[in-house]
Design a protein around this ligand. Structure first.
Ligand code: ADP
Ligand code: MG
Length: 393
């Protein structure tokens, strides 16, 4: 087991660098549309605050190219100011004199949120100098950003190597529950995979299928698979660079005797006439684009979920943010909620969908990761967590 913040003694007055995942969805007016990721972090912040630590929080938000005002963490700072008992301040840089001064001014038990760490390209490059600078600002490093633990970034992997470290409550919970799904002996293991981050997910999926017995594919991801099978997908979202991987996954599944299902019907619109209402088809034609799975697919997938021994779901079945394309995703959320299987749901958008469906309380465990969760279930470890010290008994 990893060392957790409970194992850290004498935190009073210490500067704790806390890496979190506040990558929350924002609307056009920079309002947070789903604060789950922040709410989940509050127990760790409160504990560190009660112990008298000076808490410096680092997070990313989206995938900015340099400084982008629209990807500032300022809305998150406002949320924290309203919802935390302790005092919260915000620093619009990560490094430099301003940050150093603000950390110096920080009182015991209070929070300083730094600006989006991905405004610095050194973050994703895991730059050594940059990691060193981050480490020099603090006494202790705490990793509670499960969602990025599959990436070796400066603010997790890089800095953890240079400071005494531990995981926060959120990562502790993730490890506990994901170990539970890995070790759950009930079969079959059904994986429902969808969403739009196809390029990064197919790589993990290729290994993941060894763990699952049934793989159900939906969402934007499905069209790359259907196209790889030679089907007409009209003008639906399609990722040509992932087509080969999709083919490989299907071949691998077949060889291993795994059941891999693709949608058998789709909710489409004719993109030549945007005003037209969506309708259901079984095979698409050139001018159609799919935005949700159809009713036959919903039934087919729901049946597999009902018979499952354990379930993992990542990735919405359609463009669920729009009411007219949300039915497939909602139906899957409900099917998982009514299933007797131990279920884990992960991914920012997927968790939003579960909340939208109102079934969050009936899911076994809601993971904060998407790709990270997929990778953890597959490997039983993640690079940024491997580097955290083990608990000494
Ligand atoms: P998660 O955040 O849960 O890991 P992703 O980020 O991979 O999931 O994918 C979520 C996004 O995929 C959502 O914004 C959803 O609207 C989009 N999406 C899913 N299916 C489709 C589709 N058929 N067409 C367009 N967008 C889709
Ligand atoms: Mg997403």
């Amino acid at each position: 087991m990893k060392r957790t913040i409970k194992d850290l003694k004498a935190l009073r007055g210490k500067v704790v660098l806390l890496r979190v995942d506040f990558n929350v969805p924002l609307d056009e007016n920079e309002n947070i549309t789903d604060a789950t990721r922040i709410i989940n972090e509050i127990p760790t912040i409160n504990y560190l605050s009660e112990q008298g630590a000076k808490i410096v929080i680092i997070s990313h938000l989206g995938r900015p190219e340099g400084f982008e005002l629209r990807k500032s963490l300022w809305p998150v700072a406002l949320y924290l100011m309203k919802n935390l008992k302790c005092n919260v301040s915000f620093c619009n840089t990560v490094l430099g004199d301003e940050a150093v001064e603000r950390i110096k001014a920080l009182r015991e038990g209070n929070v300083l949120l730094l600006e989006n760490i991905r405004f610095y390209k050194e973050e994703t490059q895991c730059d050594k100098k940059f990691s060193k600078k981050l480490a020099s600002m603090a006494d202790i490093f705490v990793d509670d950003a499960f969602g990025v633990a599959h990436r070796e970034n400066a603010s997790n992997y890089g800095v953890a190597r240079l400071l005494p470290n531990a995981v926060g409550f959120l990562v502790e919970q993730e490890i506990e529950n994901l170990t539970k799904i890995i070790e759950e002996p009930k079969q079959p293991f059904v994986a429902l995979i969808g969403g739009a981050k196809v390029k990064s997910k197919v790589k993990i999926l290729e290994r993941f299928i060894e763990k699952a017995d049934v793989i159900l594919i939906g969402g934007a991801m499905a069209y790359t698979f259907l196209r790889a099978k030679g089907e007409n997908i009209g003008t639906s979202i399609y990722y040509p660079e992932s087509e080969r991987d999709a083919k490989l996954i299907m071949e691998k599944a077949e060889m291993a005797g795994k059941k891999l299902l693709l949608p058998v019907d789709h909710l489409v619109v004719r993109d030549s006439d945007k005003k037209q209402k969506p309708f259901i088809v079984e095979s698409m034609k050139g001018d159609m684009a799919g935005f949700d799975i159809g009713p036959k697919t919903m039934k087919l997938y729901a049946k597999e979920l009902k018979n499952a021994g354990k379930i993992f779901w990542n990735g919405p079945m359609g463009l669920f943010e729009k009411e007219e394309y949300s039915q497939g995703t909602i139906a899957m959320a409900q099917a998982i909620a009514s299933s007797k299987a131990f279920s884990v749901v992960g991914g920012g958008d997927t968790v939003s969908a579960v909340n939208k469906a109102g079934v969050a309380g009936r899911i076994g465990f809601i993971s904060t990761g998407g790709g990270a969760t997929l990778e953890y279930i597959e490997k039983g470890s993640l690079p940024a967590l491997d580097i955290i010290q083990e608990r000494v008994k």
